[in-house]
Design a protein around this ligand. Structure first.
Ligand code: UD1
Length: 288
């Protein structure tokens, strides 16, 4: 493992093997932390990516798949979000995603040998069905599903529901949750697409196209786990949008990819991982 900002280490890796393409997942992703420590986010996410692009170019590897985020749609005026929607950034984390997208477009424009696919992830959740690989955030989880999971295994007393007065089916925020296995398949589809001629720099949403509220997700998880998730209702989380879900048409048409799993399978696989590994990759003593 190397830090992408460590040019010498990266050089060594690219000198050791001829890579056909790179999937760039590396980056920091906690919104709140990015507001507190913007320079950390700009340094890590932007410098890391620029160094990677420079070293790739120097070694003649000019095919890239980049993990972008639906965060670049901000609070969308309508749904589903299509790839052509106006883009904005509400925090430094989002600004790094938006800026990297723009850097990629500029790099490909300047040197048409590059082929770049920007994948805008919606809300990845679930775990590998084997139960061996899952999400294990450090500290208090920021995102909904890891939090629900930690309540279900008894590590936290209750889920705080951020906002019950949205204009949605039950007043809680609506998102497009996508199973991590579907998300992984989307990357395979993108790699195959990179083999085609003249793709330029192109962006695809990776979502299911379906919106689910916080309470619907809680109910699905309760069903899958047989555990009750106590709730504490709270005000809206600053910066949260009301309803965000993807248009999946472009990915279906051009990547020949479509999500297969629904929220029941996401919750089933996440519970399978959580119940077998209640402390993730750590132990009760190392957790906080
Ligand atoms: C968040 C980030 C987004 C990032 C994405 C993936 C914010 C404002 N946005 O998206 O930039 O790309 O994660 O990492 O942080 N919720 C609760 N209680 C909780 C946690 C969440 O009610 O303890 C609600 C939220 O208000 C929201 C929904 O659950 O309605 C999903 O939240 P979350 O999992 O954090 O994802 P996003 O906010 O969509």
């Amino acid at each position: 493992m190397v830090d992408l900002r460590d040019r010498d280490a990266l050089e060594q890796i690219f000198a050791s093997t001829k890579f056909d393409a790179v999937i760039h997942f590396a980056g920091m992703k906690a919104v709140g932390e990015s507001v507190q420590k913007p320079l950390l986010y700009y340094n890590n996410n932007l410098i890391g990516t620029i160094t990677l692009l420079e070293v790739m170019a120097a070694h003649g590897c000019k095919k890239l798949v980049f993990s972008s985020s639906a965060t670049v749609y901000g609070w969308p005026k309508e749904v589903p979000c299509t790839e052509e929607f106006p883009l904005s950034a509400a925090n430094p984390y989002g600004r790094t995603k938006l800026t990297i997208e723009e850097i990629c477009r500029d790099v490909q424009h300047a040197d048409p040998d590059w082929k770049i696919i920007l994948l805008r992830y919606f809300n990845p959740v679930g775990a590998h069905p084997s139960g061996y690989i899952g999400e294990d955030p450090r500290g208090i989880p920021n995102n909904l599903m890891p939090f629900i999971q930690q309540v279900a295994v008894g590590r936290r007393p209750a889920l705080t529901v951020f906002g019950t007065d949205y204009n949605t089916v039950d007043g809680t925020g609506v998102r497009d949750y996508i199973h991590v296995v579907d998300l992984a398949d989307g990357h395979i589809a993108a790699l195959l697409k990179l083999e085609e001629a003249n793709i330029g720099c192109v962006v695809y949403n990776l979502g299911t196209g379906k919106g689910t509220s916080v309470l619907e997700m809680v109910r699905a998880f309760e069903q899958a786990s047989g555990k009750q998730i106590p709730l504490v209702k709270a005000g809206r989380r600053p910066g949260d949008a009301e309803i965000v879900y993807a248009s999946t048409k472009k990915a279906e048409r051009e990547l020949k990819w479509k999500a297969k799993y629904g929220i029941d399978e996401m919750c089933r696989d996440q519970w399978n991982w959580a119940s077998q590994n209640p402390y993730g990759y750590g132990s009760p003593d190392s957790s906080d």
